[in-house]
Design a protein around this ligand. Structure first.
Ligand code: SF4
Length: 325
């Protein structure tokens, strides 16, 4: 059985912001009771519209965002209780790849220095040992050591993203948070980077938490998908369960927005009414009820509980509770 790498239990993340230009503060409820198990070696996608809480959830896993309550267990140990030293060790095992390879690399540093920096901070290796690691990682991402004395501006977007991936690999992490890793790249380059991420997962048994709104990327890359809406995971399943047998009305709407080239696969677009409500003013009951085409009386009054509709396929929606009575 595959080992559990991370177990997120009833996680809440909130933060305060100013309300417009006024002094008055408002509380943003970014993550609202998330429960999720992430297995070693899997690619798990967090999907949903901008503002659904997927980036906040991912950042709270590596404690870049402070959780209000709940638990994040890494190999059974609660990350939220880690002291300084444990947190430093944990952060070596958890790396990040950012959306924009133009801003994620320091333009004043040569590539060799960018790649050496994490080793200087976290290890006592000699120059020769560091060079061997840098050489291995840079070749692993499809580049050569000739580039090490160049600066980031001398590369294309795709090459920069490869360098950013090499930097994320330098400390041999257990898992990588990939935040929209291809959305800033040309379409022709996106497939190359997606293939590279798959290769790395296979070669290093790496775990990826993929944060994206691009359902096409998810379909190709992820093993499982968690669909988020207003800080809640509303549906969770394998990629094939989510794409070929979606249950939640929100998942169905997201999938209907994917452009299909194949006439046989074309489906009617589900247009949701209204915008995503503010996470400062969460709706009562099911948080999706203000936009749901299947909304029933009960939906604005009570919150649906998570229900397992088939092996590992979970959904929060009263439609299935009714059907299963
Ligand atoms: Fe729609 Fe009701 Fe299901 Fe929420 S619980 S998704 S409002 S049908």
């Amino acid at each position: 059985m595959t080992e559990t790498l991370l177990q997120i239990k009833d996680l809440y993340v909130e933060y305060e912001t100013n309300k417009g230009f006024a002094e008055e503060k408002q509380v943003i409820h970014a993550v609202n009771g998330a429960n999720l198990e992430i297995k070693k070696g899997e690619i798990l996608a967090l999907a949903g519209e901008s503002g659904c809480g997927k980036s906040t959830l991912a950042k709270s896993i590596i404690r870049l965002e402070k959780a209000k309550s709940g638990e994040i267990d890494f190999y059974g140990k609660n990350v939220l209780k880690f002291g300084k030293k444990e947190l430093k060790d944990y952060r070596k095992k958890a790396q990040m790849i950012f959306q924009n390879p133009y801003s994620s690399l320091n333009p004043k540093m040569k590539i060799i220095d960018i790649l050496k920096e994490p080793l200087l901070i976290n290890t006592n290796l000699s120059d020769i040992e560091m060079y061997e690691i840098i050489k291995e990682k840079i070749e692993k991402v499809g580049l050569t050591t000739d580039i090490l004395n160049l600066y980031p501006h001398e590369f294309s977007g795709g090459q920069r993203q490869r360098i950013a991936i090499a930097r994320a690999l330098i400390l041999n992490p257990e898992f990588i948070l990939a935040d929209e890793p291809v959305s800033a790249l040309d379409v022709s380059i996106q497939a190359q980077i997606i293939n590279l991420l798959r290769e790395l997962r296979n070669d290093y048994n790496l775990t990826f938490i993929l944060i994206t709104h691009d359902m096409g990327v998810i379909k190709y890359l992820a093993d499982r998908v968690a669909i988020m809406y207003l800080g809640e995971i509303v549906e969770l399943g394998t990629t094939s369960q989510i794409f070929y047998n979606p249950k939640h009305p929100y998942t169905k709407a997201l999938l209907s927005a994917i452009p299909q080239l194949n006439e046989n696969e074309k489906q009617e677009r589900i247009i949701l009414s209204g915008d995503l409500p503010s996470p400062a003013n969460l709706p009562q009951g099911c948080k999706f009820h203000t936009r749901c085409p299947n909304c029933m009386d009960i939906c604005s009054k009570c919150s649906p509980k998570e229900l397992e509709v088939s092996d590992g396929h979970k959904v929060k929606c009263f439609l299935y509770m009714k059907l299963n009575k």
